[in-house]
Design a protein around this ligand. Sequence first.
Ligand SMILES: *Cc1c(COP(=O)(O)O)cnc(C)c1O
Length: 351
Amino acid sequence: MEYVKEAFETNWIAPLGKNVNEFEKELAIKVGSKHAAALSSGTAAIHLALKAIGVGEGDIVFCPTLTFSATANPIIYQNAKPVFIDSNEETWNMCPRALEEAFEKYPNVKAVIVVHLYGLSANMDEIMRVCRHYNVKVIEDAAESLGGYYKGTHTGTFGDYGVFSFNGNKIITTSGGGMLVSKNEERIEKARFWATQSRDQARHYEHSELGYNYRMSNVSAGIGRGQLKVLEERVAKKKYIFDHYKRELGSLEGVSFMPVNDWDEPNYWLSSMTLHGKVKPIEVMKALELENIEARPIWKPMHLQPYFEKYDYVGTNVAERLFEYGVCLPSDTKMTDEELERTVKTIKKLW
Ligand SMILES: *Cc1c(COP(=O)(O)O)cnc(C)c1O
């Protein structure tokens, strides 16, 4: 409220202003990246990262199949072609072996997008090793993993570009917004230029490049600065929710929780489990629905989506099985112990 009030009092509502500059610096420090550009969404950040890499007409971009469509859509905005890569059981994220196989099939690939799904980190050592071997640029879609670390380093800072989202459903929000981070200052400056309609330096309006209206407003950035202060609290609450579910439901027949590897410190954005026993995911979702509690399946893989099914896919159907057997449980940080208990009780009754 203080930061937003300041934006009003100084009459810097939009487009830019102090909150935008400070939010960029604060987020960059928080995740340990050098430079950051505050944008209107995470999707816009992925789009500008692809553009910064030079992805264009007909280029191939590797993208995890198990993700939200916002990871893949910007590939199409650039008239490029996604090739969808399977997950592995160990991380639920991009499978390094399937990635290697895809490189053998498409050695001329232009970029790789890696996602840290539900706040669980992908196997970055392996993925970066393969991508560096082929000398291909990496974008990390860390929209769901702000506050999550891989081997002590913040997710979103391993690749050439990192993307964060402050959409309403993410761990912190600006009501809507995103951030592009990179070690490369010149590319981040270029992203800011594209995001403000590619206005050249001149007295009049001069444009030598295609532009976008992708900047974050000073009011939104004010919200973000306040939210950033509660990030650790939110991660702690998300972990509390996950631990509670795991303790109460983890030993039920057929239940496995999402994999938390030794090297991973997730933000536990969404608590998810798979059901391979007698109780089916649809039964859990329906039982919860009767109690007015929302639960959903795991992301439907992109290569099964009507819009994307014409693009190639490399893998062994791990993502398909996660979609078929997975359930995402209510994980909002505002949940009370009573609500958590009610959710757990409703599920347990099915066994
Ligand atoms: C939310 C999300 C995005 C998009 O972020 P927006 O800010 O909503 O545009 C991209 N990728 C993943 C994996 C997401 O969950």
